[in-house]
Design a binder for this molecule. Structure first.
Ligand code: GAL
Length: 363
């Protein structure tokens, strides 16, 4: 579930002014509460796993831009909330100035938020969104993320552009039945991005008039290897019928492509020396994230498209917010590629910072 901003006031930052914007949005809300401004500060960053390529790029970016006056310690939880809880207790003993948390179980953050409130320690959650009512518990808690519904809608637009207007000529409708036979690869159950992306991509396509037959929905937990195995099992019974693979992220899309290729798809059927939608065995696969490997696969003609989950701007939002909370000076200059950051209030104070997704397709 996504923290619906409802009727709370919104403000939008201009492209290059992210850091200044954050300072302005947040000033007056709690900067007054920071007891000792300036000097060196320490942040403890908790990650749900060390084997997620999107999260890996996100964390690298946080480290790259943090600034020499903000020291960062990392903890990887191997996908276990129990491990993450132990790590948090261990970190509490070392008393960092701020917690940056990518939860394992985003729905179970109530005790942690209560604990940090007790200790008067600020916390910024990112990428895996806690329940709004848990976040409301502690005024020095925030969430930085991207709106899952937007990524599902943009993914649907990519798919629509591949299939053309409903009812019109559609070479990718391989059996010519006027419908699209699709397979869905889902991220982790209960993750806001898995649930909402899946719902929005299918809803948006239906709203545009596409008739979708979902041949199968497989949960592959964001993971390339799981997607590889699950797609292999599907391909053994459905290859030849699958006209589209909708993946909740790029890692699973890449696993699916590898698997379909092993099963005989993505061959250079027309012998033009390249892989493209003109080859009869080519199957459109759409991902989300825009990680480097996915962009390479777009270049090479395999992946039909992806939606950029702008981890650079999200990392910028996390770091700028952390620095502001800690009373450190703003980053010298926002990165030139940074997108807009939208600040949305919770009940009373700025709670959510949202970053936009953007589509990436084959040229
Ligand atoms: C999503 C991302 C996935 C995965 C997940 C982890 O936003 O698209 O690839 O990294 O977060 O929480």
């Amino acid at each position: 579930m996504n923290g619906n901003p409802g009727t709370f006031p919104r403000r939008r930052a201009s492209l290059a002014a992210a850091a200044a914007f954050l300072t302005a949005v947040l000033a007056g809300v709690w900067l007054g509460a920071v007891s000792c401004a300036g000097g060196e500060k320490r942040a403890a960053v908790f990650l749900y796993t060390d084997s997620d390529p999107f999260i890996a790029s996100y964390v690298e970016e946080i480290l790259r831009i943090a600034g020499s006056d903000l020291k960062i310690e990392r903890y990887y939880a191997r996908n276990s909330q129990t491990i993450q809880n132990e790590q948090i207790e261990e970190a509490l003993a070392r008393r960092p100035d701020i917690f940056l948390v990518n939860p394992v179980d985003r729905l179970g953050m109530y005790p942690l938020i209560g604990r940090l409130k007790e200790e008067n320690l600020p916390v910024i959650f990112f990428n895996r969104e806690p329940l709004p009512r848990d976040l409301e518990l502690w005024e020095r808690s925030w969430y930085v993320g991207a709106r899952a519904e937007q990524s599902g809608q943009l993914q649907a637009a990519i798919i629509a552009s591949l299939f053309g207007k409903p009812g019109g000529p559609a070479p990718l409708d391989r059996n010519g039945d006027g419908r699209i036979q699709a397979v869905i690869l889902k991220g982790e159950q209960g993750h806001q991005d898995a649930e909402i992306r899946t719902e929005q991509v299918t809803k948006s396509l239906a709203a545009e008039g596409y008739a979708l037959d979902i041949l199968a929905t497989e949960v592959a937990n964001w993971n390339e290897e799981q997607a590889y195995r699950k797609t292999a099992a599907l391909a053994s019974r459905l290859l030849g019928r699958i006209e589209l693979v909708i993946s909740n992220n790029d890692a699973m899309a890449l696993g699916a492509i590898r698997s379909l290729k092993d099963a005989g798809a993505f061959a250079d059927d027309n012998g033009d020396g390249r892989i493209s939608s003109l080859d009869k065995s080519w199957i459109p696969v759409a991902g989300i994230d825009g990680i480097k490997d996915a962009r390479d696969m777009i270049e090479r003609g395999y992946l039909a498209g992806t939606v950029y989950n702008d981890y650079r701007t999200q990392a910028l939002a996390v770091v700028s917010l952390a620095r502001s909370v800690l009373g450190l000076p703003p980053l010298p200059a926002a990165s030139p590629e940074a997108g807009p950051i939208e600040g949305v209030a919770g009940s009373g104070s700025a709670k959510y910072l949202w970053v936009d997704y953007t589509p990436v397709r084959q040229q």
